[in-house]
Design a protein around this ligand. Structure first.
Ligand code: PMT
Length: 220
């Protein structure tokens, strides 16, 4: 395989937040910057893969020209793109922070300030990673887990419920880990039950470690 061990492989990556509209000017979002997913995309490209990056709203720019970038806004849009890109994917990595709920109705006009309280009814969004687990053929499927408590246990639950091969756990309890930072501190948990805690390091280095592990598991 040499210097380009992923040549000929298609890597599909989700990154960034999703925005779920409340009305024409407001949305429900989260703090994801897209940095983790972009680092994974750049690393995959540097390893020779053909890369499709599906990303929610972010100001980040790619340096690798070979990455195909598809911008989306909502979980539903991300889901539609992933569904069409997934069948011929070799490695899928879900680093996006997808909203779990969206307003069940989007107001046509800006909601006026009125009574003392306002209720917004929410409904679940599609679980994109779960869909990929259910429709897995030969893909190597990697999820992320962002946890604030019972981290290992929760991440293991997601790994098995979503039929993943590997999950990358990051905790909001670790400084320098998670949203927006240049660094991350992760624990890799494999389908076989290995728990592999990593040092705090730049997101690019986390991405390198991730592909090293994927190659060991799948393409060694
Ligand atoms: O973007 P950065 O600022 O660099 O921050 C990086 C990050 C913290 C966003 C990233 O490292 C990370 O942890 N991403 C996943 C965040 C998350 O939504 O975790 P979760 O535990 O809620 O979701 C579990 C997995 O299911 C994730 O792979 C997620 O992409 C996926 N998911 C969740 C809900 C949904 N409707 N569809 C999904 O595909």
């Amino acid at each position: 395989a040499g210097k380009l061990p992923l040549r000929g492989k298609k890597v599909l990556i989700t990154a960034g937040p999703t925005y779920e509209a409340i009305d024409p000017v407001r949305f429900i979002g989260n703090h994801s910057s897209g940095k983790m997913g972009f680092a994974i995309a750049e690393t995959a490209a540097s390893l020779g893969a053909s890369v499709v990056l599906v990303c929610g709203p972010t100001h980040l720019k790619l340096t690798h020209k070979s990455v195909e970038r598809i911008d989306v806004t909502s979980a539903e849009e991300m889901f539609q793109v992933v569904k069409s890109q997934y069948p011929d994917t070799d490695i899928a990595i879900a680093a996006a922070a997808v909203a779990d709920y969206r307003p069940s109705a989007v107001a046509d006009q800006k909601i006026k300030k009125q009574a003392a309280s306002l209720q917004i009814n929410l409904e679940p969004t599609p679980d994109i990673l779960k869909y990929m687990g259910e429709h897995k053929q030969n893909q190597f499927l990697v999820g992320f887990a962002l946890e604030t408590e019972n981290e290992i246990e929760n991440a293991k639950g997601k790994l098995s419920r979503k039929n993943l091969d590997l999950i990358v756990l990051n905790s909001l309890n670790d400084t320098g880990a998670g949203f927006k930072t240049e660094t991350n501190k992760v624990t890799f948990i494999t389908r076989e039950g290995e728990i592999l805690p990593q040092e705090l390091k730049p997101k690019e280095a986390v991405a390198q470690d991730l592909f090293q592990l994927i190659q060991q598991k799948r393409y060694a």
